[in-house]
Design a protein around this ligand. Structure first.
Ligand SMILES: [Ca+2]
Ligand SMILES: [Ca+2]
Ligand SMILES: [Ca+2]
Length: 317
C-alpha cells in the first residue's frame, strides 16, 4: 500500500515537473524546420516579386513597341502611292509593256523601301541596282553614320562593334531621321528607352530589360495574324496578295508587315534575321523571321523556342 502511494506521488510530481530538455529552447529539428519554412516563404516572395517586376517591364516594352510601330507603319503604307525617282533613261517609261513597267516599278519600290528602311549597314552604303536615284533618307543616314563617334572616340563605322546590333541601330536611324513635317518620335520616347548597348555611337531603342529592340523589314517566315499561313499558301488570293504589287506581277508576293521585336523576359531573340541573296527580293529567304535555336537552326531540332516570349508588333499591344 505504502509502495503504491509512493509510486502515485512520484508519478504525480513528475507530471508537473517541467522537462529539463525543454528549458534548453528549440531542438535542432525544430530549428531546422523553422529555417526551412522561412527560406521557403522568402523564396516564394522573391519569385512573386520577380514575376511582378517582369510583368511591369513587359507592359513598358509593349508601350515602347506600340509607339515605334505606329511611326513605322505610317511610312510603310505610304509606299502604296510613293513616286519613284529614276535615273535618266531608267524606269517604267523605258519598259516595252504595261506588265513589264509594273514589274520594274515594283522592283524599284522594293529597292526604295530597302534603302529607306534598311536593316543592315550594307543596305545603307550600297549602290542602288535597279536604276532609282538614291533616296534623300538614305543620304541622311549616311551623313549621320559619318558624324557618329564611338565611346572610344573612333568613327562609328570604324568601331569593332559597328556591325553588332545593326538592325536595331538601323531602326533607330530610320525613326529618328526627320524628312518632312512629321512628328518626331523623340517626343514620345523617353531617354530610358534609348541606349547604345555596344558603345559604337549608333543608338538603339531599348526594351524594359535594357536590351535593344530589333527590326526585320521583310520577315516572310514569321507567322502571325498579319502574316497567316494561308497567305503563304495562297499569295495570289486578293485578300493576301502584296498590296504594293497591284497588277500581281510577283506570284510569290503575299502581304508583309515590318517586324519590330523585343527578346522578352528570357533576353533571347532567337529568330532568323540575317539577310542574304537578292537584297531587293522579300521572299527569296523564306526563313526570315522564323524561330531558331542558339546554333541557328529551327527550334524544332532541340525543342526550345526562346522566341515564344518575345514581344513584337504583330501581337495585340
Ligand atoms: Ca553596332
Ligand atoms: Ca550601338
Ligand atoms: Ca525570347
Amino acid at each position: 500500500m505504502n509502495i503504491a502511494i509512493r509510486n502515485l506521488r512520484r508519478r504525480g510530481r513528475s507530471a508537473f515537473r517541467p522537462d529539463p530538455r525543454r528549458d534548453a529552447g528549440f531542438t535542432l529539428i525544430e530549428l531546422l524546420i523553422v529555417v526551412t519554412i522561412i527560406a521557403l516563404v522568402a523564396g516564394m516572395m522573391l519569385f512573386a516579386l520577380a514575376g511582378a517586376r517582369n510583368n511591369a517591364l513587359e507592359r513598358k516594352t509593349r508601350t515602347t513597341i506600340q509607339r515605334l510601330n505606329e511611326a513605322l507603319l505610317a511610312r510603310w503604307v505610304s509606299y502604296e502611292t510613293r513616286r519613284i525617282t529614276w535615273q535618266e533613261g531608267q524606269g517604267p517609261s523605258a519598259a516595252t509593256s504595261p506588265i513589264a513597267a509594273a514589274r520594274l516599278r515594283l522592283r524599284g519600290l522594293r529597292e526604295l523601301m530597302r534603302m529607306e528602311m534598311p536593316q543592315a549597314w550594307s543596305e545603307v552604303t550600297g549602290q542602288p541596282t535597279t536604276g532609282i536615284v538614291r533616296p534623300a533618307a538614305n543620304r541622311a543616314y549616311q551623313r549621320r553614320i559619318n558624324e557618329a563617334k564611338s565611346k572610344d572616340g573612333k568613327k562609328a563605322s570604324e568601331s569593332a562593334n559597328f556591325s553588332d546590333l545593326a538592325n536595331a541601330e538601323c531602326l533607330y536611324l530610320i525613326l529618328t531621321t526627320r524628312l518632312g513635317e512629321e512628328e518626331s518620335i523623340r517626343d514620345s520616347i523617353k531617354d530610358s528607352e534609348i541606349g547604345d548597348v555596344d558603345g559604337d555611337g549608333m543608338f538603339e531603342f531599348l526594351d524594359g530589360w535594357g536590351n535593344p529592340i530589333c527590326f526585320i523589314r521583310w520577315a516572310p517566315g514569321f507567322v502571325s495574324d498579319f502574316q497567316p499561313e494561308e497567305a503563304r499558301m495562297n499569295p495570289r488570293n486578293k485578300d493576301y496578295h502584296d498590296p504594293f504589287d497591284s497588277l500581281m506581277t510577283d506570284d510569290k508576293a503575299f502581304a508583309l508587315y515590318p517586324l519590330i521585336y523585343s527578346a522578352g523576359r528570357d533576353k533571347k531573340w532567337d529568330i532568323h534575321h540575317k539577310r542574304e541573296g537578292d537584297m531587293n527580293s522579300p521572299y527569296t529567304q523564306a526563313n526570315m523571321g522564323k524561330p531558331m535555336d542558339e546554333d541557328g537552326f529551327g527550334y524544332e531540332e532541340n525543342g526550345v523556342d526562346n522566341s515564344r516570349d518575345n514581344i513584337h508588333n504583330h501581337m495585340p499591344l
